[in-house]
Design a binder for this molecule. Structure first.
Ligand code: NAD
Ligand code: DAU
Length: 380
């Protein structure tokens, strides 16, 4: 079959990538979708069981740092679009092992950019109809202050922000024109990769677009991240290691809303632009954790608040950013995107998914990962 488009999605076996692959494979049967992933500890093909037999889907086990391999795949599949999500994504791991983050996030992105440039340069139409879409994070902007500890109504309205919990903890937000001030090795590596992407546009004219998104939550997230880790611990009545006093603020977005934004921006975003994507949904960690406890207890038929005693305050994360808050007004105004899901509904759906999919959790928390995890947290 002659496909209308041929798109590589890197990191498609990971958390967000698997949602993006699923959306594209199902929504665009006339697109060839190639999931390029080397399957690190965070990559799991079980995330894509429901679409793995679709005729327009291919999995390619490949490291993004393997420039020759990536170039050969692009030529073989006549690739005209790249959605680049593959990365090392966990801040705590970056503090222990920064080199891996520089290799994957910086050198891997450079390898993807150069392969796209070299391949597209050989074509008569060159960059026409092509797109290199780089997925980045709000963490590159650094941290915001908490100036309103009790939370205030944010200065924007969206469907999702009309719910009662959607507060802002300060009057400043991350906007696209802010300078970069990354603090962790993870965000420093992501910032560096963003700079390379923009440099490939400014220097060679590569048709790039970059988005910076806030914290995602939903099914298939690796249980080293706050929400799936804590849901699993609450279920098994294990301690919940809250860093510092739990006062840090994150802006949460349901992962399928991020995937929808990626679809929209891939097709309609302007070349060389940056778009921020956020949930208009700030939560202090400690408040969010209480919601998780109540939701798990409710769904398991336990009495309300029964597991609050699991909260255990531990040594803070080094360089822990206090507050992230995205202003995604530009995306809302220019392309009409906004989060579709109320947080209460998204969190309930998410908790239910993890409770219903204990096998998936057991599978990824066994073996080598478990050993790594124990070593990582043994000093608390
Ligand atoms: P994840 O850790 O769940 O998945 C990363 C995927 O990349 C895995 O499948 C892994 O196998 C693959 N990968 C890693 N190194 C690779 C390499 N060298 N070659 C090929 N594949 C490799 O990550 P995620 O949370 O889904 O994040 C995806 C992207 O979105 C990242 O770029 C991250 O920076 C960005 N992001 C994440 C969030 C979030 O809240 N999770 C928010 C904003 C932006
Ligand atoms: O903002 C976007 C970023 O969100 C992404 O770029 C990252 O890839 C993603 O991992 C996420 O980073 P965070 O560091 O914000 O996510 P994490 O789930 O690790 O932590 C969320 C908050 O919870 C943070 O303030 C640290 C705190 N925390 C986390 C863990 C794992 C705890 O208090 N205890 C924990 O055990």
């Amino acid at each position: 079959m002659e496909y209308k488009r041929s798109i590589i999605i890197t990191g498609g076996a990971g958390f967000i990538g698997s949602h993006v692959v699923r959306l594209f494979v199902n929504k665009y049967p006339d697109y060839r979708i190639i999931n390029l992933d080397c399957l690190t500890y965070a990559g799991n093909l079980a995330n894509l069981k429901d679409i793995e037999d679709k005729p327009n889907y291919r999995f390619a086990k490949l490291d993004i740092c393997d420039f020759e391999g990536v170039l050969a795949l692009m030529k073989e599949e006549k690739v005209d679009g790249i959605i680049h999500l593959a990365a090392e994504s966990h801040v705590d791991r970056s503090i222990k092992d920064p080199f891996t983050f520089a290799r994957t996030n910086v050198m891997g992105t450079l390898s993807m950019l150069q392969a796209a440039k070299v391949y597209w340069d050989t074509l008569p139409e060159k960059y026409e109809g092509k797109r290199f879409y780089h997925i980045s994070t709000d963490e590159v902007y650094g941290a915001l202050e908490v100036t309103d500890p009790s939370g205030v109504e944010p200065p924007f309205t969206t469907k999702a922000s009309s719910g009662k919990h959607h507060l802002a903890y300060g009057k400043k937000f991350f906007t696209e024109d802010l300078g970069y001030r990354p603090h962790s090795p993870y965000s420093a590596a992501k910032a560096s990769s963003d700079h390379f992407v923009r440099a490939y546009h400014d220097t060679y004219g590569l048709p790039t677009v970059v988005t910076n998104c806030s914290n995602n939550y939903g099914p298939y997230q690796f249980p080293e991240k706050l929400i799936p880790l804590f849901i699993n611990n609450i279920r098994h009545r294990k301690p919940l290691p809250v860093y510092g006093k739990g006062e840090n603020v994150r802006d949460w977005l349901y992962v399928e809303d991020h995937a929808r934004a990626i679809d929209l921006i891939f097709h309609e975003g302007k070349t060389a632009e940056t778009y921020n994507i956020g949930g208009f949904n700030e939560w202090k960690n400690i408040d969010l954790i209480k919601v998780l406890i109540n939701t798990v207890d409710d769904l398991l038929g336990r009495s309300e608040g029964e597991d609050m005693g699991l909260i255990t305050f531990v040594t803070d994360r080094a360089g822990h950013d206090l507050r992230y808050a995205i202003d995604s007004t530009k995306l809302q105004k220019e392309l009409g995107w906004e989060p579709s899901l109320q947080f209460e509904e998204g969190i309930r759906r998410t908790v239910k998914w993890y409770l219903d999919n204990q096998d998936w959790l057991d599978n990824v928390t066994s073996g080598d990962y478990q050993k790594y995890y124990e070593k990582m947290y043994s000093n608390r």
